[in-house]
Design a protein around this ligand. Structure first.
Ligand SMILES: [Zn+2]
Length: 370
């Protein structure tokens, strides 16, 4: 009979841990990775150790392949031992010893300070939400570190930067208009356009933003672009990137972050691709960014409904009509609901007197549609 446990798996080549479900069987572990892959780790190929502040994580490592399975579900070690494999019994004896050692040290007061700081029991019972909340207590400079190293990874995949002065001046001017009204002023917003037909834009943690030429070509007026950029800036100031990365990264990473291992944190930047295709953020984050973006537009003297107009425009055009996929829209589902939400927020936020962006829109479009 097999017993199931949730776990994470780390690979020798590095990268983020992958969530998995474990079945503890008579011959070893059946590992079902949540990305669909499957592996079998036999007891006679397995080293077992304990990790974590309180030795509460059981780590099973494959000697032949080097990957490691981390499980902190109570009862896992017991299940491992229940099939009576001799080498496992030996390993578990050593693990047990380590756990007792940790408990003794803890009773002796070592690590008490750390536990106080982390909050009672968080290491055992943390949920992804608690972890996400913990992530936002990290200094803002962490966002920039993660964002900048992500941009390095993404740069090759994205296509060449555009160095068109008309487009760059428009983007810089738009950011400069919005930035003074941002809810958090500590981020350095930087933006550039990429020469791609995709109708897409995104922001990375810390303030780097990218807009694709296709989005500029598709927009009906400069404020529609500003509406999209305000939405993206809101992802930055609300720290959605670091929150969702921490949310998805799992217990093992939680441990390493909480213990203070910065390299684990930078591992979060491995999620680069998910920012560019828009899948990095949850629905709640999207809705929050819509509302905050609308507030930002209104406070900046720009049309708070511009984002809704952009949604409407994309809705009129089917995906096949657009050159490339309308990524920004397809990654932002339920747009009827969102259009209604944007208009509803726009009706109630305080608005500065309207002051249109000073821009030669025809020249921007000409540069974007070439
Ligand atoms: Zn978004």
């Amino acid at each position: 009979m097999a017993e199931g446990f949730a776990a994470s798996v780390t690979f020798p080549e590095g990268g983020l841990p992958v969530w998995a479900d474990l079945d503890v069987g008579p011959e070893g572990l059946r590992i079902r990775l949540r990305d669909g892959r499957e592996a079998h780790l036999r007891y006679d190929d397995m080293d077992v150790d304990a990790a974590g502040l309180d030795a509460e994580v059981v780590v099973c490592r494959s000697r032949s392949e080097g990957y490691a399975v981390q499980c902190s579900v109570p009862g896992f070690a017991q299940a491992l031992g229940s099939h009576g494999h001799p080498s496992i019994a030996e390993h578990l004896g050593a693990v047990d010893q380590k756990v007792r050692e940790h408990r003794r040290r803890r009773r002796a007061g070592v690590g008490v300070a750390a536990l106080l700081v982390l909050g009672c029991g968080i290491l055992f019972w943390y949920t992804p939400d608690i972890l996400a909340a913990t992530a936002t207590s990290l200094p803002l400079s962490v966002d920039e570190q993660i964002g900048d190293s992500t941009m390095d990874d993404l740069e090759e995949q994205l296509g060449p930067r555009m160095d068109d002065p008309t487009i760059q001046a428009f983007l810089d001017r738009t950011i400069a208009r919005l930035e003074p009204h941002a809810s958090e002023r500590a981020f350095r917003f930087r933006i550039h356009a990429v020469d791609s037909d995709e109708v897409n834009a995104f922001a990375l943690p810390g303030g780097q933003m990218v807009v694709m030429r296709g989005l500029l070509a598709e927009a009906g007026d400069p404020e529609e672009v500003a509406g999209v950029l305000a939405h993206e800036m809101a992802h930055v100031t609300e720290r959605h990137g670091i929150r969702s990365a921490a949310h998805g990264a799992g217990r093992w990473l939680a441990l390493t972050i909480l213990i203070g291992d910065d390299s684990a944190l930078l591992g979060l930047a491995g999620e680069a691709a998910s920012y560019a295709n828009g899948s990095a953020y949850s629905r709640e984050s999207e809705s929050e960014a819509d509302a905050e973006g609308v507030r930002l537009m209104a406070a900046s003297g720009l049309d708070p409904r511009a984002l809704a107009r952009f949604f409407e425009r994309l809705k009129q055009r089917s995906g096949s009509e657009l050159t490339g996929m309308a990524n920004w829209l397809s990654s932002h589902p339920e747009h009827d609901e969102r259009i209604a939400h944007v208009n509803e927020v726009a009706a109630r936020v305080p608005a500065a007197p309207r002051q249109p962006l000073q821009v030669d829109w025809a020249a921007v479009q000409a540069a974007a549609r070439r």
